[in-house]
Design a protein around this ligand. Structure first.
Ligand code: PMP
Length: 342
């Protein structure tokens, strides 16, 4: 039996996530495709790892003291991770988010006890942007620190010291490729650096959604976006501090339709309910697997990240009306449930 030892602290529940062989994707790629189950973290996403490292780093630097406050500008998984870790360590959480975000997200953050500050959505250059507002709030609040997930490299350290060694051990030191998409870039850069330290020959690929600028940057040296995507949590337009120096060997661009195809198949064929970034990652992993097989590597093994639970997207990805409103294909079983014929 493969069961972990009991833990002395709830924070130990973060990381050490299971790794699972994905049947359909492996068959499609003609090699092994493995998924790291980050939805199994307490906050149901990969961002619990970064939240824990960012908070521990602020403590070690002496910036975060007992009873202090963690402030971040985020609408999603990072806020949830920070709120949970802060609760476990006795800190307060303030989350700044644009007021056009889903009610589910606001309700979730409030339910976890975070203080929510809503600001109108604006361009990044506007000082009222939620990221700048969160930095200012942190500066103005006594005993507060700004998590700054994009440019705080404690984020990628969580993956250098956690995710990468876990993958190496789980695959018994035999891994040919790793790929995932970038939001802050902490995961791709950290896992890439961590795996390369074990074996230079592991191929690290960036999987970019449409609407992001990194595919063009790594392929042609220019930050340039094309198209759009509804995927949440991924899609970056600049080289963040976390991405700086990331060992990217190759890159793929994956459409929402292709990502959704895999979200649907993973649900129906493997019994995994995931968010769209996971579907995009799996499509990228298949592309990488095929490329490595074509290059003549034998018994190829590729790993990717299953970033968060699909239960977070019941009113979007798993809702027929929402999918239709975005001109995206509706999963057949949702169409049937809604009595639709389109
Ligand atoms: N998928 C989801 C659902 C996310 O919330 C995030 C975090 N923004 C990512 C992927 C990307 O992770 P990272 O920030 O480490 O690049």
């Amino acid at each position: 039996m493969n069961i972990t030892k009991p833990f002395a602290s709830t924070l130990d529940l973060i990381g050490n996530t299971p790794l699972v062989l994905l049947g359909g994707p492996s068959e499609e790629a003609g090699c092994e495709i493995w998924g790291k189950c980050e939805f199994a973290n307490p906050g149901s996403s990969v961002k619990d790892r970064a939240a824990l490292y960012i908070i521990r780093d602020a403590e070690q630097r002496g910036e975060l003291k007992p009873g202090g406050t963690v402030v971040e500008g985020t609408a999603g998984n990072t806020g949830i991770g920070i709120a949970l870790v802060a609760n476990a360590l006795g800190y307060k959480t303030v989350i700044v988010m644009p007021d056009n975000q889903s009610k589910e997200k606001m309700d979730t953050l409030r339910a976890l006890g975070a203080e929510l500050v809503l600001v109108p959505p604006t361009k990044f250059a506007n000082p009222g942007h939620f990221v700048h507002t969160s930095r200012r709030l942190a500066e103005e609040t006594e005993g507060a620190v700004w998590a700054n997930q994009f440019d705080n490299i404690a984020n990628r350290k969580a993956h250098i010291e956690g995710t990468a060694p876990e993958l190496w051990e789980q695959l018994e030191g035999r891994i040919d490729g790793f790929t995932c998409a970038a939001g802050t870039g902490g995961t791709i850069a950290g896992v890439g650096m961590g795996l390369k330290a074990f074996d230079e020959n592991v191929c690290i690929a960036l999987t970019d959604p449409h609407g992001a600028a990194l595919y063009n940057y790594y392929a042609h040296g220019e930050l340039k976006a094309e198209g759009t995507s509804v995927a949440e949590g991924i899609g970056q337009g600049r080289i963040t501090a976390n991405l700086d120096g990331a060992p990217i060997d190759t890159q793929f661009r994956i459409s929402d339709e292709e990502g959704l195809h895999w979200v649907a198949r993973l649900l129906k064929e493997e019994g995994l309910c995931l968010g769209l970034s996971s579907g995009i990652n799996v499509a990228g992993a298949i592309a990488l697997g095929r490329q490595l097989v074509a290059e003549g590597r034998k018994n190829v093994r590729v790993a990717t990240i299953l970033c968060d639970t699909g239960f977070r997207y019941l009113s979007t990805l798993y809702n027929a009306d929402w999918l239709s409103s975005k001109d995206l294909p509706v999963f057949p079983w949702l169409r049937d449930a809604a009595g639709r014929s389109d």
